[in-house]
Design a binder for this molecule. Structure first.
Ligand code: FE2
Length: 344
């Protein structure tokens, strides 16, 4: 069978060529309607498949030309379009005589099945009316496949998202043995607080990302400060205090993280307004940042630091209680302690 593929995209022509050749067809190509019409008149194809938008002569003009020529009129014509903009394009293509209408991206195997059915019906003199039912089946199958593929792509992108974040966090962990594992533990504690506080799972997903990224700005802090065995001087502490803003700078180009920026920026604010960088107080501090603040402090108190061994769980719980309402949001401290085993 001789096929004429008409498309200005060489990528799409190549997809179609591969599909047709794998089914034993001979293929010719043209990249616009004018060239295709000349090609078809030199040697009559058994089937034409044409894109809609092309330079020089678009698919509609080409279709009109084919159906106006008595040598080509009977050649089955499959029309396809890059974007399905509604019934208008399809109706126009059908009015001009196209036997079938397909929407890109092309799904080669489904398209082939459609072509087989189309040719069979045209061969039986049953073309193009029978194609209407066929078209509905095709569109149904096609939309199912596209939905499935979209779902796969979304899930791949989410995985990629998480991997990129983990790479960033690993880069931070690699700077200092003391920060290693901190972000993952903060995720665990923060999620516990959020679940106990009754937050939606969708919000908790965003909280997990923010928890992983909350200290990412420390990548821009000198290693010597992260590993310093003694207390930081005021000047050194001033540098460390820049990490929430640096973190925001690092991830601000990722549009999908826009909602995480205030959480990263304000995770060191205190409920009484004495924190940094903005000195926000009470509920002016974003909820997820208030949660991170508790999770962060709890991990700091239960994990060794270069300048001191971990004070321990009992001490940490005592501190959370003591500072509830001043440093921390008291209701969220309660949410955390609800399920925290308070025994050492
Ligand atoms: Fe921090």
């Amino acid at each position: 069978m001789n096929i004429l593929i008409v498309d200005d995209s060489s990528d799409d022509r190549s997809i179609l060529r591969t599909m047709f050749e794998s089914h034993g067809c001979r293929v010719r190509e043209a990249d616009n309607g004018r060239q295709a019409l000349a090609e078809a008149l030199v040697r009559r194809p058994d089937l034409i498949i044409s894109d809609a938008l092309m330079p020089e002569m678009d698919g509609f003009q080409f279709l009109r030309g084919v159906k106006a020529d008595e040598r080509l009129r009977e050649v089955p014509f499959i029309f396809y379009s890059a974007v399905y903009t509604g019934r208008d394009e399809e109706e126009l293509a059908r009015k001009l005589g196209a036997e079938a209408f397909v929407v890109k991206p092309l799904e080669p195997e489904l398209l082939w099945r459609k072509i087989e059915r189309l040719l069979e019906r045209c061969g039986n003199g049953d073309c193009p009316d029978a194609v209407t039912t066929d078209e509905e089946t095709y569109l149904k199958e096609y939309s199912q496949i596209i939905a499935m593929k979209l779902e796969e792509k979304v899930s791949e992108l989410e995985d990629l998202n998480l991997m990129v974040i983990k790479v960033l966090v690993n880069a931070l962990d690699a700077k200092s043995t003391w920060t290693k594992g901190h972000s993952e533990r903060v995720v665990e504690y923060a999620v516990r607080i959020a679940r106990n506080a009754g937050l939606y799972e969708g919000t908790i997903c965003r909280l997990k990302l923010a928890a992983l990224l909350h200290d990412i700005g420390k990548i821009g802090t000198y290693d010597s400060l992260l590993d310093k065995p003694g207390k930081l001087t005021d000047a050194e502490f001033a540098l460390v205090k820049q990490h929430p803003d640096k973190g925001v700078e690092i991830v601000s180009d990722i549009r999908q993280f826009d909602d995480l920026l205030p959480v990263i920026r304000h995770h060191h604010e205190r409920f009484d307004g004495s924190g940094y960088p903005a000195g926000l107080a009470g509920e002016k501090i974003p909820l997820l940042a208030r949660i991170l603040c508790i999770a962060d402090a709890y991990d700091a108190m239960t994990d060794d630091r270069p300048y001191r061994p971990a004070p321990g769980k009992a001490y940490a719980i005592g501190e959370l209680r003591r500072c509830a309402g001043t440093q921390f949001d008291a209701r969220l401290v309660e949410s955390f302690l609800q399920t925290e085993d308070t025994s050492e």
